[in-house]
Design a protein around this ligand. Structure first.
Ligand SMILES: *[C@@H]1O[C@H](CO)[C@@H](O)[C@H](O)[C@H]1NC(C)=O
Ligand SMILES: *[C@@H]1O[C@H](CO)[C@@H](O)[C@H](O)[C@H]1NC(C)=O
Ligand SMILES: *[C@@H]1O[C@H](CO)[C@@H](O)[C@H](O)[C@H]1NC(C)=O
Ligand SMILES: *[C@@H]1O[C@H](CO)[C@@H](O)[C@H](O)[C@H]1NC(C)=O
Ligand SMILES: *[C@@H]1O[C@H](CO)[C@@H](O)[C@H](O)[C@H]1NC(C)=O
Ligand SMILES: *[C@@H]1O[C@H](CO)[C@@H](O)[C@H](O)[C@H]1NC(C)=O
Ligand SMILES: *[C@@H]1O[C@H](CO)[C@@H](O)[C@H](O)[C@H]1NC(C)=O
Ligand SMILES: *[C@@H]1O[C@H](CO)[C@@H](O)[C@H](O)[C@H]1NC(C)=O
Ligand SMILES: *[C@@H]1O[C@H](CO)[C@@H](O)[C@H](O)[C@H]1NC(C)=O
Ligand SMILES: *[C@@H]1O[C@H](CO)[C@@H](O)[C@H](O)[C@H]1NC(C)=O
Ligand SMILES: *[C@@H]1O[C@H](CO)[C@@H](O)[C@H](O)[C@H]1NC(C)=O
Length: 858
């Protein structure tokens, strides 16, 4: 009874304790005691009483907004002192006095009645049983279902999460359905203290790839840009912590897909809300400050370009330019006079009509615009072919004005006007605009001139840079004892005199901006001097240390321009360092692929050898995959994208790059993740170049990691592209299962492979799937992945598929896969693999554990 009273609180103290009143209150308490957060048929909740959710977080009852006397039925946070209403029932029909009552009507619907018992609001669901019950669940969802399935969302006739007001709470699902069109699910309050429908709504537009839209009435006010299965592409600031939570389900039988959001930390109180003044906010309750913290807000109030189609049709908005609006290439202002007066509403129009519009023999072409928010109203073409195919498909349709080939989405095309294009300083997508042949010509000559100018400046800077580098080197020779390392030991940063700063800035522009290009030309790589790297990494401080890899520590650094880098400093102790270093540096310089980590430069001074890479904010795959706290962040979509990315990167190494390269140490810790969780293969240190047709070699040094090594490599030192395929198979099974191959060492199956084979033969392969993402997992894809994984880890290299067939098998939904043979070999004999970035892991005794094993072969 005490518990019951606590949950069923009376807000307004009753001063006159009439005996009869007391009895009736007692009765109503007693009635609700069986389930204190439910309202059953025949029960009613008068103004002043509340229902409290299971878990005590939410409360349902009558309230008046600040400065208002009108009464509304709503749900609010019970434990948060700032009154925050997450849902309102009778938002359009307030009750003027405190005589209202919430009850379940005779038709079984939830109803709000006023003092004279007339209907103010009804849940108005059809097919409701006459004996129904409402329950307020722990997520703040008010659910109406029949009395024998209380609280079962799947059998609910009606629920507040399906009929939200202005607030999205975690656990809600927002429907996207191509056939049904736009879904403005959330509508703002009219003002801060009036919950009736305001001017703004927030919801989803399913066209092309789904995007979030804010409407003002029926006009668009802001949009997020299409979802690429990881982020909304038009929100370049959508940081990885923010994007973690969004998920879009696959289409169900009714064509519905559902957007959900799971907070990074599920114990956070968090919500999204469309404010009465038209701004969408993501709020998180800050216990310490006792207020709602705004994590992000759209449209950004400081950036005019965020407002929908600010500059009109066929134009582009760049917030940092003045004026902010300009026409897209090949277009000119429709009305020069208005445009000059900064009235952008007329937009721009095409200078020369397209080929099909004017009977010409000259074929149209495309001009690429980088780093933009893609225009609105994209159409998604059926998935087939690549970027070139996308271009052809656009060219073949006269109405097509632009296309973009976006990874994670596919081929998007635009028919008609290009609206709401925004330029970003970083991130964004590349849009290809269709132009008449003559408009292309002009652009081309300008860009040719630019390229020539850039090339000349680049060559000049490069010359200056090499000259300075040479001078710096010769300066070092004069100081035999005072090597850069000696400076470091004394914990002093070498003084940055004027000469040195000049060095650095030259190096910056020379190496970062132009060095990569130049490396392609003459096989050289930008060279950083030691001094410079020391400053960038804060003198190799412990705070900057990202982890300890096989060949030495890795530090985070920042170039003066703000670009983040990862510096791998080869420890001189590791005997094998020199050879691998040279290998790595020559190889990586020649390799460019989106799934390979990019080498920005290196540093070779005295005994110091360092590699400078692009920085990967999300560290390595194993830091997510094998961490129980974080593995839930990798849902099936992301994992599948990671598998495909690794496969493509490896295929490039094996086949597509000019050199045939075998990685030889592919493992989870060598897969780094960028801010969008795209995988990048790192550590080519052990790869070897193959000449011509040679596809198998014998080595007298076996380098690799137990658990990922193929039988022929571990036992005989034979390596080939098929040994990489084996490692890929192990990695694939690890990604699907979320377990290390080696973690089964002590069980009856001896390895993940053994266990997978066991489940596979029993027909229970789905049990291998990581439970933390089982619900986002697509059965067919998972089974296909497991089968491909099993094919890759077959004992005999001859049976294993090549990476090109692996890519095909992963991508084709219909292909009939061969049946795998049982893997009998396991290469676990007590070793631990380590990380490129191993932050937060247990590598204290690294020296005792051999990371990469070296065996003298035959
Ligand atoms: C309520 O009224 C007070 C005094 O007029 C005012 O300061 C406050 O901002 C009002 N609150 C809201 C939410 O309108
Ligand atoms: C309902 O009751 C109010 C007073 O509470 C009264 O003013 C109003 O006329 C009544 N309406 C109807 C339809 O009876
Ligand atoms: C209830 O739904 C019916 C159609 O299902 C609609 O005609 C009616 O206006 C709705 N009533 C309310 C109060 O929303
Ligand atoms: C409604 O269902 C509940 C539980 O199934 C039952 O106890 C109650 O008697 C039913 N009431 C009516 C009016 O059928
Ligand atoms: C909503 O629209 C009306 C009519 O256009 C306007 O008067 C009012 O100021 C708008 N309210 C807000 C909050 O923008
Ligand atoms: C992104 O963030 C930067 C700084 O954090 C800010 O200057 C910029 O305006 C933001 N861009 C957008 C589109 O919100
Ligand atoms: C989640 O938040 C709670 C309280 O806000 C905190 O104690 C906990 O450490 C957080 N968990 C993680 C994984 O950040
Ligand atoms: C801008 O131009 C449009 C016509 O394109 C016109 O209707 C509108 O009044 C102009 N706005 C201003 C502020 O001049
Ligand atoms: C801009 O494009 C939209 C959508 O195609 C069209 O409705 C509108 O009329 C265009 N505006 C102008 C000024 O041409
Ligand atoms: C377009 O070209 C066709 C054949 O090349 C010709 O018959 C037709 O008259 C042309 N139309 C115009 C408007 O030039
Ligand atoms: C060209 O695109 C339009 C708009 O999407 C479409 O209706 C039409 O069928 C397409 N034509 C061809 C030949 O594909």
């Amino acid at each position: 009874m005490a518990d019951c009273q606590m949950r069923f609180s009376r807000k307004n103290p009753v001063f006159a304790f009439h005996f009869f009143l007391f009895i009736s209150v007692f009765c109503s308490l007693a009635r609700l005691c069986s389930a204190a957060y439910t309202l059953a048929q025949g029960q009613s909740m008068p103004d002043g009483e509340t229902l409290v959710s299971d878990g005590q977080d939410f409360e349902l009852g009558f309230f008046s907004p600040e400065n208002s006397t009108s009464r509304f039925v709503g749900i609010w946070y019970r434990n948060i002192p700032v009154k925050t209403y997450t849902w309102v029932a009778n938002r359009e029909s307030p009750i003027s006095d405190k005589a209202g009552v919430l009850t379940i009507g005779s038709d079984g619907n939830l109803v709000v009645l006023n003092g004279n018992k007339s209907l103010v609001w009804s849940s108005n669901a059809s097919g409701v049983s006459e004996n129904s019950t409402a329950i307020l669940n722990e997520k703040g969802n008010l659910i109406l279902s029949s009395s024998d399935s209380v609280g079962d969302i799947n059998k609910a006739y009606w629920q507040s999460f399906d009929n939200p007001t202005d607030t999205y709470l975690p656990g809600m699902r927002v429907v996207v359905n191509r056939a049904k069109g736009e879904n403005p699910a959330f509508t703002s309050w009219k003002s801060d203290n009036n919950p009736s429908r305001g001017n703004y709504s927030l919801g989803l537009d399913p066209r092309g790839s789904p995007q979030i839209v804010i409407w003002e009435g029926s006009r668009r006010r802001w949009r997020s840009g299409p979802w690429n299965s990881q982020i909304f592409t038009g929100v370049p600031n959508m940081s990885s912590t923010l994007l973690y939570g969004f998920r879009l389900s696959n289409e169900d039988d009714d064509g519905n897909r559902y957007f959900t959001y799971v907070p990074f930390n599920t114990s956070d109180e968090m919500m999204f809300r469309i404010r009465w003044d038209g701004f969408e906010e993501q709020l998180r309750w800050e216990e310490d400050n006792n207020r709602w913290g705004v994590m992000q807000s759209q449209p950004a109030s400081t950036n005019e370009c965020e407002l929908y189609n600010k500059c009109g049709n066929f134009s582009v908005c760049s917030s940092w330019e003045s004026p902010i609006c300009s026409c897209l290439e090949g277009f000119q202002p429709s009305h020069w006079d208005q445009w000059r007066e900064r009235n952008w509403s007329g937009g721009c129009s095409r200078k020369t009509p397209l080929q099909c519009q004017r009977n010409s023999s000259e074929e149209d072409g495309f001009v690429g615009v980088k780093s933009v928010k893609l225009p609105d109203f994209a159409d998604l073409l059926p998935p087939e072919g690549d970027a070139d195919n996308c271009k052809e498909r656009c060219l073949s349709n006269c109405t097509c004005t632009a296309y973009a080939y976006i990874s994670g989405i596919g081929c998007l095309v635009w028919n008609g006007e290009l609206l709401d294009v925004q330029h970003f300083t970083k991130g964004g997508s590349t849009l290809f605009i269709r132009l008449a042949h003559s408009d292309l010509g002009g652009g081309k000559s300008i860009s040719t001139v630019l390229i020539v100018i850039i090339a000349i400046i680049g060559a000049a800077l490069l010359g200056v840079f090499f000259c300075l580098a040479w001078r710096f080197k010769s300066k070092l020779k004069i100081l035999p004892t005072s090597t850069p390392v000696a400076w470091l030991r004394n914990n002093e940063v070498p003084p940055l005199d004027a000469r040195n700063s000049a060095d650095i800035s030259t190096e910056l522009s020379g190496s970062v901006d132009l060095g990569i290009e130049s490396s392609k030309v003459n096989g050289e790589l930008p060279l950083f001097n030691f001094n410079f790297v020391a400053v960038a990494t804060n003198n190799f401080s412990e705070e900057n240390k990202l982890g300890q890899g096989g060949f030495g520590p890795v530090y985070k650094g920042m170039l003066p321009g703000g670009q983040e880098i990862a510096v791998k400093r080869l420890s001189r102790k590791s005997g094998q360092g020199v050879e691998e270093f040279k290998n790595e540096i020559i190889l990586i310089a020649k390799l460019q692929h989106r799934n390979l980590v990019r080498l920005l430069g290196c540093c070779l001074e005295g005994e110091e050898k360092m590699l400078v890479y692009e920085y990967m904010p999300n560290k390595s795959l194993d830091s997510f995959l094998f961490d129980p706290e974080k593995q839930g962040l990798l849902d099936w979509r992301k994992r599948y994208a990671i598998i495909e990315g690794i496969a493509r990167g490896l295929l490039y190494l094996h086949r597509d790059s000019r050199l045939r390269i075998i990685h030889r140490d592919l493992k989870a810790s060598n897969i780094l993740l960028d801010e969008d969780m795209n995988p990048k293969i790192s550590d080519f240190g052990m790869a070897r170049i193959f000449g011509g047709n040679q596809n198998e070699a014998n080595t007298n040094r076996v380098v690799g990691t137990y658990g990922y090594m193929s039988p022929e490599y571990a036992m005989e030192g034979l390596f080939s592209v098929k040994s990489d395929v084996y490692s890929f198979g192990v990695l694939l099974l690890e990604i699907v299962s979320g377990r290390r191959n080696t973690s089964y060492r002590l069980t009856e199956y001896a390895s993940l492979l053994g266990f997978a084979w066991h489940l596979w033969t029993e027909g229970k392969a789905m049990e291998l799937v990581d439970p933390s993402m089982a619900e986002t997992c697509t059965r067919n894809e998972a089974l296909r992945c497991i089968q491909v994984g099993m094919l890759c880890v077959q004992d005999s290299p001859g049976y294993r598929p090549t990476m090109s067939s692996v890519v095909l098998m992963l991508e084709s939904e219909t292909a009939n896969l061969p049946l795998p043979r049982q893997p009998t070999f396991t290469s676990m004999r007590g070793s631990v693999d380590t990380d490129f970035y191993s932050e937060g892991h247990d590598y204290a005794s690294l020296n005792d554990l051999t990371v990469t094993m070296m065996v003298d072969g035959r």
